[in-house]
Design a protein around this ligand. Structure first.
Ligand code: SF4
Ligand code: SF4
Length: 311
């Protein structure tokens, strides 16, 4: 018996009516947890499975109702009450007492069927605009049983499926997930393993192995559903020699994969502030599209089918 509908997992956001990360109007489902720690991560609330407090300072009037915190994680600063993320255990008590909705928890525990029911609300738009469900994160496959359950239920309902993945997961899980999806977006951040460790906290050995396995596993027509994505990050990988190495890896694959350069954006900055975390790119602006053009030209000259994606 297929018990996919009852599989539970942790979601940190469901964003309806998105026009990115797949064709048409999409519902993006963001799953918590990720084995990488990319220093530019735009979704820091998706990194750990721990339940975290997000504080919106614009809403905090400094009433002090949220103290005392059982873990002494809340402290006064400039007439507001902030959270020390190192002391908070995510009990949620402060969220319940805050009358101004300044505090909210990051985690939403849901069943796979509950996720699908939310997505199905937009079936009319999916059917008329070629849209569907996109699984994202975090690394959605870090909760692989939950992710695969959502994909299977969605497939049974003929929803168009996309996944955004780092490919840092067991090969069998990776191949199962991409088999179920109509569109697959895979990040490549660096080829040199030491550099990859420096900028993401982990080796890329399994990631590159999985991409090569995928290259063997997918038929030629199936390869068309894959897009390789290169986040272009100042001080991390925005250098000619690093992007050239990525180009060499891509052209060594059998498939002629669509490739996108994603210039650095700063959309995640406010989330670091809400979580009380330091952000190395605080105050930096978005990278301009023109800055990515030389890298696009480099990859094009190597035979990569590449576009710049600024969304
Ligand atoms: S209860 Fe809410 S509004 Fe009052 S100090 Fe705490 S976070 Fe701010
Ligand atoms: S959730 Fe709120 S009350 Fe609970 S430990 Fe964290 S800061 Fe304190």
């Amino acid at each position: 018996m297929d018990d996919s509908k009852d599989v539970l997992g942790v979601v940190f956001n469901i964003q309806r009516f998105s026009l990115h990360d797949g064709p048409g109007i999409r519902t993006l489902v963001f799953l918590k947890g990720c084995p990488l720690r990319c220093i530019w991560c735009a979704n820091p609330e998706g990194l750990t499975l721990n339940n975290q407090v997000l504080l919106d300072k614009r809403k905090c009037i400094g009433c002090g109702d949220c103290i005392p915190c059982p873990n002494s994680a809340i402290y006064r600063s400039n007439k507001q009450y902030l959270t020390d993320p190192n002391l908070c255990n995510g009990c949620g008590q402060c969220v319940e007492v805050c009358k101004y909705q300044a505090r909210k928890m990051s985690n939403n525990c849901m069943s796979a069927l509950e996720v699908i029911k939310i997505c199905e609300k937009d079936k009319f738009f999916f059917n008329n605009g070629g849209g569907g469900l996109t699984l994202s994160g975090g690394e959605p496959l870090s909760q692989h049983q939950f992710a695969l359950a959502i994909l299977k239920l969605a497939k049974q309902r003929n929803l168009n499926l996309a996944i955004e993945t780092s490919a840092l997961v067991k090969t069998s899980v990776f191949l199962s997930a991409i088999s179920l999806c109509d569109h697959v977006f895979i990040d490549i951040k660096a080829i040199n393993s030491n550099l990859h460790r420096q900028i993401t906290g982990v080796s890329n050995q399994q990631i590159l192995k999985n991409i090569r396995q995928m290259d063997e596993y997918l038929s030629e027509p199936e390869k068309e559903k894959v897009t390789l994505r290169i986040p272009l990050i100042p001080t991390c990988n925005a250098e000619v020699s690093i992007i050239k190495e990525i180009g060499e890896f891509i052209t060594s694959l059998k498939g002629n994969y669509k490739t996108e350069i994603l210039p650095f954006h700063n959309f995640g900055e406010s989330k670091y502030e809400k979580l009380g975390l330091n952000y190395i790119f605080a105050g930096n602006g978005n990278m301009k599209e023109e800055e990515a053009i030389p890298y696009k030209e480099l990859l094009s000259s190597m035979g990569v089918s590449v576009q710049i994606n600024t969304h």
